[in-house]
Design a binder for this molecule. Structure first.
Ligand SMILES: Nc1nc2c(ncn2[C@@H]2O[C@H](COP(=O)(O)OP(=O)(O)O)[C@@H](O)[C@H]2O)c(=O)[nH]1
Ligand SMILES: [Mg+2]
Length: 549
């Protein structure tokens, strides 16, 4: 399960609460939860291992979110009842729809003075999907605290006012208050149910059995027909049992999901794979960390086949900048997240997640497969990093180490790139935004002890026959149509020419704005576009030659 949502919505708090609730210590060490990176833990509930992929909320770290979504079979949208949703979340919801990921909405911050659960669910219905349906409702105690829940399907009160969870049948006056919501939910479930007798009986006025409704809920969640919304108060332990029950009972397991498309490394087609432990090996590196011994630790989601110590794998990548990796590597010891720490495992088969230590040539985003059966997973449209940061070593010693350290740094990150610009003798680190740059340079400092300075990025100007020339680029900017006008008006202040807007032929709520402008105007454009598009815009660029200034 990937947890996504705006920064501060309570994703990490929810993960900690779920860890504690299932008997593991919470993540105490801040190193376990590095800034701007995916964090992985696993909980056990009713004999099922649930990996929780906690994603960073800020738009600069969209690469980590995309890596998390790729590794997940389902997604929890964590929404604060005090702060609501942002446009980036609406966009992520669409990406999840395209990938057929089962989802639920977890509402947090219900104890805050401005919180309104019904309003938050209504907002989700407007912004995400009209079939976001509340499964339970918060019951407030003194001072706005969440004292318990009222479950809509089986009409029970889960009373936490004594500090323990006490279950009882709802009082008639409670039921009368929620009657309309219950009817809506039951009708939605009857509507998506694969059980035809359920509809017949319901139309004849019979109340469905709880098991029938539970089966309809699971079918609706797995089939992407409805999206349960749950009230929680993670800090008070309210709603955690209900969330875990939903994860285990209603969300599809890995075996029920198709393996993402794969091909041969040269693009030649292969037959679709399934989540079969005996199938050909296909795994993806979703995060790269450094273990306490300084070794590379690659977190891997296995989609097909089984990863075992001593087998040989070949990491392959889509990225075109670095040297093509053709190194075979022998898998060493495997570990897997369990609670908030890592434990040794004998093997990791299709559907599961583990970490491999010392896989030196593998980078985040690489596909691992067998050398004699090479396969490559289709890439999942990662955004191009468009903020260039010039990086210079601050000391002569650091100057010798900086190239290798930068290469390692970008290998660990899903989107960052590094480029040596001969014309200006600058080492340029390409990031998604200022926060991403800050986190990467911080890592350079803390992991490699390299202090850097970041002079302005130079754009090479060429002197030809007394005419000064500067490079120009053609850009394609992808934004929701609602922001296209702001993007165009911002471009007009950047010496842009031939600006046009077209609707995406497949989705007229998305637009492509094209324009040509001097490269120097693009130096800070990643941040400017972030501001005018509320974090939803992305762009690509193409050099179109030098022109007189
Ligand atoms: N009052 C209240 N505070 C919460 C709740 N959930 C999270 N917080 C607080 O909100 C802040 C941000 O939470 P965090 O989990 O770090 O958000 P994330 O950025 O989504 O991971 C922290 O100070 C949490 O203690 C909640 O349900 N109620
Ligand atoms: Mg967090």
């Amino acid at each position: 399960m990937a947890l996504v949502g705006p920064s501060g919505s309570g994703k990490s708090t929810l993960v900690d609460a779920l860890l504690r609730h299932t008997g593991s210590p919470a993540l105490a060490d801040p190193n376990d939860r590095p800034a701007g990176a995916l964090s992985l833990v696993a909980i056990r509930q009713a004999g099922v291992t649930v990996h929780l992929l906690d994603t960073p909320g800020h738009a600069d770290f969209v690469g980590e979110v995309v890596a998390g979504l790729r590794a997940a079979d389902g997604v929890l949208f964590v929404v604060s009842a005090a702060a609501g949703l942002d446009a980036v979340n609406a966009q992520l919801w669409q990406q999840c729809s395209a990938a057929g990921l089962a989802r639920a909405v977890v509402v947090t911050h219900l104890d805050s003075p401005r919180a309104d659960f019904d309003e938050t669910v209504a907002l989700c219905q407007r912004v995400l999907d009209e079939d976001v349906l509340a499964l339970n409702l918060p019951m407030h105690g003194d001072g706005g605290s969440v004292a318990g829940l009222l479950t809509l399907l089986d009409a029970r009160v889960l009373d936490h006012s004594t500090g323990r969870r006490v279950e009882r049948t709802a009082d008639p006056e409670h039921l009368a208050l929620v009657d309309a919501l219950r009817t809506d939910l039951i009708e939605a479930l009857v509507g998506v149910s694969e059980d035809e007798t359920l509809l017949d009986h319901y139309l004849q006025g019979e109340q469905p059995e709880p098991q029938q409704l539970a089966a309809a809920l699971a079918a609706g969640v797995a089939g992407g027909q409805l999206w349960p919304a749950l009230a929680t108060a993670p800090l008070a332990g309210v709603g955690l049992t209900e969330l875990l029950d939903l994860l285990v009972d209603a969300f599809p397991g890995p075996a029920e999901r198709a393996c993402p498309p794969v091909s041969r490394p040269d693009g030649a087609p292969v037959l679709p794979l399934t989540c079969d432990p005996a199938g050909p090996l296909v795994a993806e590196v979703v995060r790269t960390a450094t273990d306490p011994g300084g070794r590379r630790l690659s977190f891997v989601r296995v989609f097909s086949g089984t990863l075992r110590p001593e087998i040989t794998v070949e990491p392959r990548r889509h990225r075109v900048d670095g040297p093509a990796s053709r190194t075979s590597e022998v898998i060493g010891a495997l570990v897997a997240p369990l609670g908030s720490s890592l434990h040794p495992v004998d093997a990791c088969s299709a559907g599961d997640l583990c970490a491999v230590a010392g896989l030196d040539s593998a980078e985040t985003g690489d596909t691992l497969s067998a050398p004699d059966d090479p396969l490559l997973l289709a890439s999942w449209g990662l955004p191009e990093p468009q903020l260039p940061i010039a990086v210079e070593a601050a000391s002569p010693l650091a100057r010798e180490q900086i190239s290798a350290a930068l290469r390692r740094l970008v290998g660990e990150d899903p989107v960052a790139r590094v480029e040596w610009r001969e014309a200006t003798s600058q080492q340029v680190l390409w990031c998604t935004g200022p926060l991403h740059a800050e986190v990467l340079l911080d890592r350079l400092r803390s992991q490699d002890g390299i202090e850097v300075c970041t002079p302005d990025v130079q754009v090479p100007l060429r002197q030809v026959a007394s005419e000064l020339l500067e490079p120009w680029c053609a850009v394609s900017i992808f934004v929701p149509t609602a922001f296209a006008r702001s993007v165009l008006s911002d471009l007009s202040g950047r010496r842009a020419r031939s600006a046009t807007r077209e609707s995406d032929p497949e989705d007229d709520e998305q637009s492509v704005v094209r324009a040509e402008l001097p490269e120097v105007e693009l130096l800070c454009y990643a941040a400017a576009l972030r501001a005018v598009s509320h974090g939803t815009g992305s762009f690509s660029r193409r050099a179109i030659g030098d022109e007189p200034r």
